[in-house]
Design a binder for this molecule. Structure first.
Ligand code: 5GP
Length: 192
């Protein structure tokens, strides 16, 4: 997605050769017009998959995932990282390793929001080692739903996330694929 890549080049800040910060439009402040276009792009790609629910991870996945859900006219469900006192329903939980924070965290979902008939599209802001995506897939499958695809705003293609998710048989569709980060320069994977 050309506009997204231009935005990454213009406003992204790199930390070493692996981390990209996009706080100005995705991870802190949100460019809602760009998010709307991102939502349309994902919806266009997954439109014929009969998706019944869009699932993401709090908090940075919520903005793009909301836009996709709005386009597809289905509910948005976000997985929680902390169990709130108010979560008294029966819930499912899985442990995930965070690449950026270098620690383990929990992902949770109340069972009542996932139906056996659900066809789920998972959306996330970044794909690195695939741990968050695989955790979300595990939870959904455990709840009995079918995951029909994973949509990623920014994929760091030099990390193994895509292959780990594809190996398990799920489609990964990314809007910007970064091939390399070198001395602050961001190089994208050529799309044909
Ligand atoms: P994974 O689980 O695929 O290793 O990492 C994905 C999650 O880690 C994303 O949900 C995102 O929150 C965070 N993440 C991974 N790499 C980056 C990065 O370069 N920049 C930012 N802002 N977040 C990242």
């Amino acid at each position: 997605m050309k506009k997204l890549k231009e935005k990454i080049v213009k406003e992204g800040k790199t930390i070493g050769e692996t981390i990209l910060k996009v706080d100005s439009f995705l991870n802190h402040q949100v460019d809602v017009e760009l998010m709307q276009e991102i939502g349309k792009k994902f919806a266009e790609h997954f439109r014929d998959k009969n998706i019944t629910k869009v699932v993401t991870i709090e908090s940075s996945g919520i903005a793009p995932a909301t836009m996709v859900a709005m386009q597809l006219k289905v509910p948005l469900l976000f997985l929680k990282k902390q169990k709130p006192n108010t979560l008294q329903d029966e819930f499912l939980q899985t442990t995930v390793y965070s690449f950026t924070k270098e620690r383990f965290y929990e992902l949770m979902v109340a069972k009542k929001y996932v139906e056996k008939e659900d066809r789920v599209l998972i959306i996330d802001d970044f794909l690195a080692n695939g741990e968050a995506g695989l955790g979300a897939i595990r939870l959904m499958e455990e709840a009995g739903a079918k995951v029909v695809g994973v949509g990623i705003v920014i994929e760091k293609a030099f990390q193994p996330g895509r292959s780990k998710i594809e190996e398990k048989g799920y489609e990964v569709y990314s809007l910007a694929r970064i091939k390399r980060i070198e001395e602050g320069h961001i190089e994208f994977v050529e799309e044909n």
